[in-house]
Design a protein around this ligand. Sequence first.
Ligand code: TRP
Length: 453
Amino acid sequence: MKTESNNQRGFWGSRLGFILAASGSAIGLGNIWKFPYIVGENGGGAFVLIYLVCIFVIGTPIMLAEFTLGRKTHLNPVGAFASLKPKSAFISIGFMGVLAGFLILSFYGVVGGWTFAYVVKSITGSVLSFTTPKEAGIFFGDFIGNTGEALFYHALFMSVCIAIVLRGIHGGIERACDILMPTLVIFLFLLMIRSLTLDGAMEGVAFYLSPDFSKISANTVLIALGQAFFSLSLGMGCMITYGSYLSEKENLTSSTVYVVMFDTMIALLVGMVIFPAVFAMGLEPAEGPSLVFSVLPVVFTNMPMGHIVSVIFFTLLAIAAITSGISLLEVVVAYFIDQRGWERKKAVLIVGAAIFAFGIPSGLSFGAMADVKLADMTFFDHVDNLASNYLLPLGGMLTAVFVGWVWGTQNAHAEIEKHENKFKFPWAQCWEFLIRYITPVAVGIVFLAKVLP
Ligand code: TRP
Protein backbone atom coordinates (compact mmCIF):
# COMPACT_ATOMS: atom_id res chain seq x y z
CA MET A 1 0.00 0.00 0.00
CA LYS A 2 1.39 3.39 -0.96
CA THR A 3 1.08 6.05 1.67
CA GLU A 4 3.25 8.79 0.23
CA SER A 5 1.92 11.36 -2.15
CA ASN A 6 2.80 10.61 -5.74
CA ASN A 7 2.99 12.72 -8.84
CA GLN A 8 -0.49 11.78 -9.97
CA ARG A 9 -1.96 13.83 -7.12
CA GLY A 10 -1.45 17.56 -7.77
CA PHE A 11 -2.08 20.75 -5.78
CA TRP A 12 -4.49 23.65 -5.83
CA GLY A 13 -3.07 26.54 -7.83
CA SER A 14 -4.19 29.23 -5.40
CA ARG A 15 -5.96 29.70 -2.10
CA LEU A 16 -8.95 31.28 -3.80
CA GLY A 17 -9.11 28.31 -6.16
CA PHE A 18 -9.21 25.95 -3.20
CA ILE A 19 -11.91 27.95 -1.44
CA LEU A 20 -14.04 28.04 -4.58
CA ALA A 21 -13.59 24.31 -5.16
CA ALA A 22 -14.43 23.38 -1.57
CA SER A 23 -17.42 25.74 -1.71
CA GLY A 24 -18.35 24.14 -5.02
CA SER A 25 -18.40 20.79 -3.28
CA ALA A 26 -20.50 22.10 -0.43
CA ILE A 27 -22.92 24.10 -2.55
CA GLY A 28 -25.07 21.69 -4.46
CA LEU A 29 -28.48 20.11 -4.72
CA GLY A 30 -28.45 20.16 -0.92
CA ASN A 31 -28.61 23.95 -0.95
CA ILE A 32 -30.85 24.63 -3.91
CA TRP A 33 -33.19 21.66 -4.03
CA LYS A 34 -33.28 20.28 -0.50
CA PHE A 35 -32.82 23.30 1.76
CA PRO A 36 -35.86 25.25 0.52
CA TYR A 37 -38.23 22.30 0.67
CA ILE A 38 -37.24 21.28 4.18
CA VAL A 39 -37.52 24.89 5.33
CA GLY A 40 -40.95 24.93 3.69
CA GLU A 41 -42.00 21.74 5.44
CA ASN A 42 -40.60 22.68 8.81
CA GLY A 43 -42.09 26.06 9.43
CA GLY A 44 -39.74 28.59 7.88
CA GLY A 45 -37.73 31.00 10.03
CA ALA A 46 -37.46 28.94 13.20
CA PHE A 47 -35.99 26.03 11.27
CA VAL A 48 -33.50 28.35 9.61
CA LEU A 49 -32.27 29.50 13.02
CA ILE A 50 -31.74 25.95 14.25
CA TYR A 51 -29.98 25.07 11.02
CA LEU A 52 -27.59 27.98 11.55
CA VAL A 53 -26.76 26.81 15.06
CA CYS A 54 -25.96 23.31 13.71
CA ILE A 55 -23.75 24.78 10.99
CA PHE A 56 -21.67 26.82 13.39
CA VAL A 57 -21.51 24.56 16.43
CA ILE A 58 -21.17 21.17 14.71
CA GLY A 59 -20.45 21.59 11.01
CA THR A 60 -17.66 24.15 11.26
CA PRO A 61 -15.51 22.21 13.77
CA ILE A 62 -15.77 19.02 11.71
CA MET A 63 -14.86 20.81 8.52
CA LEU A 64 -11.72 22.20 10.14
CA ALA A 65 -10.90 18.70 11.42
CA GLU A 66 -11.29 17.23 7.93
CA PHE A 67 -9.17 19.92 6.25
CA THR A 68 -6.49 19.41 8.89
CA LEU A 69 -6.39 15.63 8.41
CA GLY A 70 -6.11 16.08 4.66
CA ARG A 71 -3.42 18.74 4.73
CA LYS A 72 -1.40 16.85 7.35
CA THR A 73 -1.29 13.61 5.35
CA HIS A 74 -1.74 14.78 1.73
CA LEU A 75 -3.78 11.64 1.21
CA ASN A 76 -7.27 10.33 0.47
CA PRO A 77 -9.44 9.36 3.48
CA VAL A 78 -8.18 5.77 3.70
CA GLY A 79 -4.54 6.85 3.43
CA ALA A 80 -5.06 9.69 5.88
CA PHE A 81 -6.27 7.47 8.72
CA ALA A 82 -3.80 4.72 7.77
CA SER A 83 -0.81 7.03 7.94
CA LEU A 84 -1.77 8.57 11.30
CA LYS A 85 -2.77 5.30 13.01
CA PRO A 86 -1.31 2.47 10.93
CA LYS A 87 -3.02 -0.90 11.10
CA SER A 88 -5.78 0.38 13.38
CA ALA A 89 -9.53 -0.03 13.05
CA PHE A 90 -9.72 3.69 12.33
CA ILE A 91 -8.77 2.99 8.73
CA SER A 92 -12.31 1.74 8.30
CA ILE A 93 -13.54 5.34 8.72
CA GLY A 94 -11.64 6.04 5.53
CA PHE A 95 -13.07 3.02 3.74
CA MET A 96 -16.57 4.00 4.83
CA GLY A 97 -15.95 7.43 3.36
CA VAL A 98 -14.79 6.12 0.00
CA LEU A 99 -17.76 3.76 -0.09
CA ALA A 100 -20.11 6.62 0.83
CA GLY A 101 -18.64 8.74 -1.97
CA PHE A 102 -19.27 5.94 -4.44
CA LEU A 103 -22.84 5.40 -3.23
CA ILE A 104 -23.79 9.08 -2.97
CA LEU A 105 -22.55 9.89 -6.45
CA SER A 106 -24.43 6.90 -7.87
CA PHE A 107 -27.78 8.52 -7.00
CA TYR A 108 -26.63 12.16 -6.95
CA GLY A 109 -25.75 11.61 -10.62
CA VAL A 110 -29.33 10.59 -11.32
CA VAL A 111 -30.71 13.81 -9.83
CA GLY A 112 -27.87 15.71 -11.53
CA GLY A 113 -29.18 14.25 -14.80
CA TRP A 114 -32.66 15.64 -14.04
CA THR A 115 -31.17 19.11 -13.63
CA PHE A 116 -29.47 18.81 -17.04
CA ALA A 117 -32.76 17.72 -18.57
CA TYR A 118 -34.57 20.67 -17.03
CA VAL A 119 -32.03 23.07 -18.50
CA VAL A 120 -32.91 21.68 -21.93
CA LYS A 121 -36.64 21.58 -21.21
CA SER A 122 -36.66 25.15 -19.95
CA ILE A 123 -34.82 26.36 -23.07
CA THR A 124 -37.37 24.64 -25.31
CA GLY A 125 -40.11 25.94 -23.02
CA SER A 126 -41.69 22.55 -22.40
CA VAL A 127 -41.63 22.99 -18.60
CA LEU A 128 -43.41 26.31 -18.92
CA SER A 129 -46.96 25.40 -19.74
CA PHE A 130 -48.48 24.51 -16.42
CA THR A 131 -51.10 26.22 -14.34
CA THR A 132 -51.01 23.90 -11.32
CA PRO A 133 -48.20 22.10 -9.52
CA LYS A 134 -50.14 18.90 -10.11
CA GLU A 135 -49.77 19.17 -13.89
CA ALA A 136 -46.11 20.06 -13.53
CA GLY A 137 -45.70 17.11 -11.18
CA ILE A 138 -47.19 14.70 -13.71
CA PHE A 139 -44.85 16.04 -16.38
CA PHE A 140 -41.91 15.58 -14.02
CA GLY A 141 -43.02 12.06 -13.07
CA ASP A 142 -43.36 11.08 -16.73
CA PHE A 143 -39.90 12.35 -17.47
CA ILE A 144 -38.08 10.61 -14.61
CA GLY A 145 -40.02 7.43 -15.32
CA ASN A 146 -38.89 7.35 -18.95
CA THR A 147 -36.01 4.88 -19.05
CA GLY A 148 -34.27 6.16 -22.17
CA GLU A 149 -34.43 9.82 -21.29
CA ALA A 150 -33.50 9.41 -17.63
CA LEU A 151 -30.51 7.21 -18.49
CA PHE A 152 -29.37 9.55 -21.23
CA TYR A 153 -29.20 12.57 -18.94
CA HIS A 154 -27.70 10.52 -16.11
CA ALA A 155 -24.93 9.42 -18.49
CA LEU A 156 -24.44 12.99 -19.66
CA PHE A 157 -24.06 14.27 -16.11
CA MET A 158 -21.53 11.56 -15.24
CA SER A 159 -19.60 12.23 -18.44
CA VAL A 160 -19.20 15.89 -17.55
CA CYS A 161 -17.95 14.96 -14.06
CA ILE A 162 -15.52 12.46 -15.58
CA ALA A 163 -14.25 14.97 -18.14
CA ILE A 164 -13.49 17.55 -15.44
CA VAL A 165 -11.88 15.16 -12.93
CA LEU A 166 -9.73 13.66 -15.73
CA ARG A 167 -7.99 17.00 -16.04
CA GLY A 168 -6.87 16.80 -12.43
CA ILE A 169 -6.96 19.13 -9.48
CA HIS A 170 -5.61 22.38 -10.77
CA GLY A 171 -6.46 22.13 -14.46
CA GLY A 172 -9.82 20.41 -14.02
CA ILE A 173 -11.62 20.83 -10.73
CA GLU A 174 -10.15 24.20 -9.77
CA ARG A 175 -10.53 25.76 -13.19
CA ALA A 176 -14.14 24.58 -13.51
CA CYS A 177 -15.03 25.97 -10.09
CA ASP A 178 -13.24 29.27 -10.78
CA ILE A 179 -15.72 29.88 -13.58
CA LEU A 180 -18.80 28.11 -12.30
CA MET A 181 -18.95 29.45 -8.75
CA PRO A 182 -18.96 33.19 -9.58
CA THR A 183 -21.51 32.47 -12.32
CA LEU A 184 -23.73 30.82 -9.77
CA VAL A 185 -23.56 33.78 -7.39
CA ILE A 186 -24.33 36.35 -10.10
CA PHE A 187 -27.28 34.31 -11.37
CA LEU A 188 -28.63 33.91 -7.86
CA PHE A 189 -28.56 37.65 -7.22
CA LEU A 190 -30.41 38.28 -10.48
CA LEU A 191 -33.03 35.73 -9.52
CA MET A 192 -33.40 37.20 -6.04
CA ILE A 193 -34.08 40.66 -7.47
CA ARG A 194 -36.66 39.20 -9.85
CA SER A 195 -38.31 37.29 -7.06
CA LEU A 196 -38.41 40.13 -4.52
CA THR A 197 -39.96 42.54 -7.01
CA LEU A 198 -43.00 40.33 -7.67
CA ASP A 199 -46.34 41.49 -6.26
CA GLY A 200 -46.94 39.79 -2.95
CA ALA A 201 -43.32 38.73 -2.48
CA MET A 202 -43.16 40.11 1.04
CA GLU A 203 -45.43 37.41 2.42
CA GLY A 204 -42.81 34.89 1.42
CA VAL A 205 -40.08 36.96 3.05
CA ALA A 206 -42.13 37.04 6.25
CA PHE A 207 -42.59 33.25 6.21
CA TYR A 208 -38.89 32.81 5.67
CA LEU A 209 -37.58 35.28 8.22
CA SER A 210 -40.06 35.32 11.09
CA PRO A 211 -39.59 32.32 13.34
CA ASP A 212 -42.62 30.37 14.49
CA PHE A 213 -41.27 28.22 17.29
CA SER A 214 -44.45 26.23 17.69
CA LYS A 215 -43.39 24.23 14.62
CA ILE A 216 -40.17 23.03 16.21
CA SER A 217 -39.86 19.52 17.61
CA ALA A 218 -36.99 17.16 18.40
CA ASN A 219 -37.31 15.76 14.92
CA THR A 220 -36.87 19.21 13.39
CA VAL A 221 -33.55 19.53 15.14
CA LEU A 222 -32.43 16.19 13.75
CA ILE A 223 -33.41 17.20 10.24
CA ALA A 224 -31.52 20.46 10.62
CA LEU A 225 -28.38 18.69 11.79
CA GLY A 226 -28.53 16.12 9.00
CA GLN A 227 -28.95 18.90 6.48
CA ALA A 228 -25.99 20.83 7.92
CA PHE A 229 -23.82 17.75 7.39
CA PHE A 230 -24.97 17.04 3.88
CA SER A 231 -24.78 20.65 2.82
CA LEU A 232 -21.22 21.11 4.06
CA SER A 233 -20.09 17.82 2.43
CA LEU A 234 -19.00 16.37 5.76
CA GLY A 235 -18.70 12.85 7.13
CA MET A 236 -17.09 10.97 4.27
CA GLY A 237 -13.70 12.53 3.84
CA CYS A 238 -14.62 14.79 0.96
CA MET A 239 -13.00 17.71 2.77
CA ILE A 240 -10.08 15.48 3.80
CA THR A 241 -9.48 14.85 0.11
CA TYR A 242 -9.79 18.51 -0.88
CA GLY A 243 -7.58 19.51 2.07
CA SER A 244 -4.96 17.02 0.90
CA TYR A 245 -4.20 19.17 -2.14
CA LEU A 246 -3.38 22.21 0.03
CA SER A 247 0.11 23.50 0.65
CA GLU A 248 1.51 24.05 4.14
CA LYS A 249 1.30 27.82 3.82
CA GLU A 250 -2.46 28.00 3.66
CA ASN A 251 -4.51 29.12 6.60
CA LEU A 252 -6.91 26.30 7.47
CA THR A 253 -9.06 28.19 9.96
CA SER A 254 -9.90 31.11 7.73
CA SER A 255 -10.45 28.79 4.74
CA THR A 256 -12.95 26.84 6.83
CA VAL A 257 -14.77 30.03 7.79
CA TYR A 258 -14.98 31.15 4.15
CA VAL A 259 -16.35 27.84 2.90
CA VAL A 260 -18.93 27.63 5.69
CA MET A 261 -20.02 31.24 5.16
CA PHE A 262 -20.25 30.80 1.42
CA ASP A 263 -22.29 27.62 1.63
CA THR A 264 -24.62 29.14 4.22
CA MET A 265 -25.01 32.38 2.33
CA ILE A 266 -26.02 30.51 -0.82
CA ALA A 267 -28.60 28.39 1.02
CA LEU A 268 -30.07 31.54 2.59
CA LEU A 269 -30.09 33.33 -0.76
CA VAL A 270 -31.88 30.43 -2.43
CA GLY A 271 -34.62 30.77 0.17
CA MET A 272 -34.89 34.44 -0.75
CA VAL A 273 -35.39 33.43 -4.36
CA ILE A 274 -37.89 30.65 -3.83
CA PHE A 275 -40.23 31.70 -1.01
CA PRO A 276 -41.10 35.18 -2.29
CA ALA A 277 -41.91 33.67 -5.69
CA VAL A 278 -43.93 30.77 -4.27
CA PHE A 279 -45.99 33.09 -2.06
CA ALA A 280 -46.43 35.71 -4.76
CA MET A 281 -48.03 33.02 -6.95
CA GLY A 282 -50.23 31.80 -4.09
CA LEU A 283 -48.62 28.35 -3.98
CA GLU A 284 -47.75 26.15 -1.02
CA PRO A 285 -44.24 26.22 0.51
CA ALA A 286 -44.67 22.76 2.09
CA GLU A 287 -44.72 20.88 -1.22
CA GLY A 288 -41.83 18.54 -0.30
CA PRO A 289 -39.11 17.24 -2.62
CA SER A 290 -41.01 18.26 -5.73
CA LEU A 291 -40.85 21.96 -4.76
CA VAL A 292 -38.13 22.76 -7.27
CA PHE A 293 -39.31 20.51 -10.11
CA SER A 294 -43.06 20.92 -9.92
CA VAL A 295 -43.84 24.12 -8.02
CA LEU A 296 -41.23 26.37 -9.58
CA PRO A 297 -42.23 25.61 -13.19
CA VAL A 298 -45.71 26.94 -12.32
CA VAL A 299 -44.11 30.01 -10.76
CA PHE A 300 -42.03 30.53 -13.91
CA THR A 301 -45.02 30.02 -16.19
CA ASN A 302 -46.87 32.83 -14.45
CA MET A 303 -44.10 35.29 -13.85
CA PRO A 304 -43.06 38.11 -16.18
CA MET A 305 -39.79 37.07 -17.88
CA GLY A 306 -40.45 33.55 -16.62
CA HIS A 307 -38.83 31.82 -19.59
CA ILE A 308 -35.40 33.36 -19.15
CA VAL A 309 -35.69 33.07 -15.36
CA SER A 310 -36.38 29.34 -15.66
CA VAL A 311 -33.38 28.81 -17.94
CA ILE A 312 -31.18 30.67 -15.46
CA PHE A 313 -32.54 28.78 -12.49
CA PHE A 314 -32.09 25.29 -13.88
CA THR A 315 -28.65 26.13 -15.28
CA LEU A 316 -27.66 27.23 -11.83
CA LEU A 317 -28.98 24.03 -10.33
CA ALA A 318 -26.98 22.01 -12.87
CA ILE A 319 -23.81 24.00 -12.15
CA ALA A 320 -24.18 23.46 -8.42
CA ALA A 321 -24.74 19.73 -8.97
CA ILE A 322 -21.65 19.41 -11.18
CA THR A 323 -19.25 21.09 -8.76
CA SER A 324 -20.50 18.74 -6.00
CA GLY A 325 -20.50 15.66 -8.23
CA ILE A 326 -16.84 16.14 -9.11
CA SER A 327 -15.90 16.31 -5.43
CA LEU A 328 -17.61 12.99 -4.79
CA LEU A 329 -15.87 11.39 -7.76
CA GLU A 330 -12.50 12.80 -6.68
CA VAL A 331 -12.68 11.06 -3.28
CA VAL A 332 -12.95 7.62 -4.84
CA VAL A 333 -10.43 8.46 -7.56
CA ALA A 334 -7.90 9.75 -4.99
CA TYR A 335 -8.18 6.45 -3.14
CA PHE A 336 -7.17 4.47 -6.23
CA ILE A 337 -4.39 6.91 -7.11
CA ASP A 338 -2.83 7.02 -3.62
CA GLN A 339 -3.48 3.57 -2.25
CA ARG A 340 -3.42 1.48 -5.39
CA GLY A 341 -0.93 3.47 -7.40
CA TRP A 342 -3.23 3.88 -10.40
CA GLU A 343 -2.76 6.63 -12.93
CA ARG A 344 -5.35 9.39 -12.74
CA LYS A 345 -6.72 8.61 -16.17
CA LYS A 346 -7.27 4.94 -15.45
CA ALA A 347 -8.76 5.71 -12.02
CA VAL A 348 -11.21 8.32 -13.32
CA LEU A 349 -12.43 6.24 -16.24
CA ILE A 350 -12.89 3.01 -14.33
CA VAL A 351 -14.36 4.57 -11.18
CA GLY A 352 -16.60 6.91 -13.18
CA ALA A 353 -17.96 4.06 -15.30
CA ALA A 354 -18.49 1.84 -12.24
CA ILE A 355 -20.40 4.57 -10.40
CA PHE A 356 -22.58 5.18 -13.43
CA ALA A 357 -23.30 1.47 -13.83
CA PHE A 358 -24.16 1.08 -10.16
CA GLY A 359 -26.41 4.12 -10.44
CA ILE A 360 -28.51 2.67 -13.26
CA PRO A 361 -30.98 0.88 -10.94
CA SER A 362 -31.32 4.16 -9.02
CA GLY A 363 -32.07 5.94 -12.28
CA LEU A 364 -34.74 3.35 -13.07
CA SER A 365 -36.30 3.54 -9.61
CA PHE A 366 -38.91 6.03 -10.80
CA GLY A 367 -40.00 4.04 -13.85
CA ALA A 368 -39.01 0.56 -15.01
CA MET A 369 -37.96 -0.48 -11.51
CA ALA A 370 -40.42 1.57 -9.48
CA ASP A 371 -42.11 -1.58 -8.23
CA VAL A 372 -38.92 -3.39 -7.32
CA LYS A 373 -39.06 -2.67 -3.62
CA LEU A 374 -37.51 -4.05 -0.51
CA ALA A 375 -39.10 -2.98 2.78
CA ASP A 376 -41.20 -0.54 0.77
CA MET A 377 -38.18 1.34 -0.54
CA THR A 378 -36.80 1.48 -4.06
CA PHE A 379 -33.17 0.91 -4.94
CA PHE A 380 -32.65 4.69 -5.05
CA ASP A 381 -34.15 5.05 -1.56
CA HIS A 382 -31.95 2.31 -0.15
CA VAL A 383 -28.70 3.72 -1.48
CA ASP A 384 -29.64 7.24 -0.34
CA ASN A 385 -30.71 5.96 3.07
CA LEU A 386 -27.61 3.84 3.63
CA ALA A 387 -25.20 6.61 2.66
CA SER A 388 -26.94 9.71 4.02
CA ASN A 389 -28.49 8.33 7.19
CA TYR A 390 -25.87 5.80 8.25
CA LEU A 391 -22.46 6.25 6.65
CA LEU A 392 -22.30 10.06 6.83
CA PRO A 393 -23.29 10.60 10.47
CA LEU A 394 -21.21 7.63 11.58
CA GLY A 395 -18.25 8.89 9.58
CA GLY A 396 -18.63 12.40 10.96
CA MET A 397 -18.85 11.22 14.53
CA LEU A 398 -15.84 8.92 14.23
CA THR A 399 -13.81 11.64 12.50
CA ALA A 400 -14.49 13.96 15.45
CA VAL A 401 -13.56 11.20 17.92
CA PHE A 402 -10.41 10.44 15.94
CA VAL A 403 -9.21 14.04 15.84
CA GLY A 404 -10.38 14.87 19.37
CA TRP A 405 -9.15 11.78 21.19
CA VAL A 406 -6.98 9.49 19.07
CA TRP A 407 -4.75 11.60 16.86
CA GLY A 408 -5.30 14.39 19.37
CA THR A 409 -6.13 18.06 19.28
CA GLN A 410 -2.49 18.93 20.08
CA ASN A 411 -1.31 17.39 16.82
CA ALA A 412 -4.13 19.00 14.91
CA HIS A 413 -3.28 22.32 16.52
CA ALA A 414 0.35 22.00 15.42
CA GLU A 415 -0.73 21.30 11.84
CA ILE A 416 -3.09 24.27 11.82
CA GLU A 417 -0.36 26.59 13.11
CA LYS A 418 2.22 25.67 10.47
CA HIS A 419 3.89 28.56 8.65
CA GLU A 420 3.12 31.35 11.10
CA ASN A 421 -0.61 30.71 10.96
CA LYS A 422 -2.04 31.33 14.40
CA PHE A 423 -4.97 29.49 15.91
CA LYS A 424 -5.72 32.05 18.59
CA PHE A 425 -7.39 32.09 21.96
CA PRO A 426 -10.32 31.60 22.43
CA TRP A 427 -11.04 30.00 19.04
CA ALA A 428 -8.60 27.16 19.46
CA GLN A 429 -9.98 26.31 22.91
CA CYS A 430 -13.51 26.58 21.61
CA TRP A 431 -12.79 24.25 18.70
CA GLU A 432 -11.06 21.77 20.97
CA PHE A 433 -14.04 21.65 23.29
CA LEU A 434 -16.54 21.30 20.46
CA ILE A 435 -14.66 18.58 18.59
CA ARG A 436 -14.00 16.48 21.69
CA TYR A 437 -17.33 16.73 23.49
CA ILE A 438 -20.14 18.46 21.68
CA THR A 439 -19.73 17.22 18.12
CA PRO A 440 -19.43 13.48 18.79
CA VAL A 441 -22.32 13.54 21.26
CA ALA A 442 -24.60 15.63 19.05
CA VAL A 443 -23.93 13.57 15.95
CA GLY A 444 -24.22 10.39 17.99
CA ILE A 445 -27.70 11.45 19.08
CA VAL A 446 -28.77 12.13 15.52
CA PHE A 447 -27.39 8.82 14.44
CA LEU A 448 -29.13 6.86 17.17
CA ALA A 449 -32.37 8.72 16.57
CA LYS A 450 -32.26 7.57 12.97
CA VAL A 451 -31.16 4.03 13.63
CA LEU A 452 -33.51 3.30 16.52
CA PRO A 453 -37.12 3.08 15.46
N1 TRP B 1 -22.78 19.17 -0.27
C1 TRP B 1 -23.35 18.79 -1.51
C2 TRP B 1 -24.74 19.40 -1.62
O1 TRP B 1 -25.12 20.20 -0.81
C3 TRP B 1 -23.39 17.30 -1.72
C4 TRP B 1 -22.11 16.64 -1.41
C5 TRP B 1 -20.96 16.70 -2.11
C6 TRP B 1 -21.84 15.86 -0.27
N2 TRP B 1 -19.97 16.00 -1.47
C7 TRP B 1 -20.49 15.48 -0.34
C8 TRP B 1 -22.62 15.47 0.80
C9 TRP B 1 -19.92 14.73 0.68
C10 TRP B 1 -22.06 14.70 1.81
C11 TRP B 1 -20.71 14.35 1.76
O2 TRP B 1 -25.47 19.08 -2.52
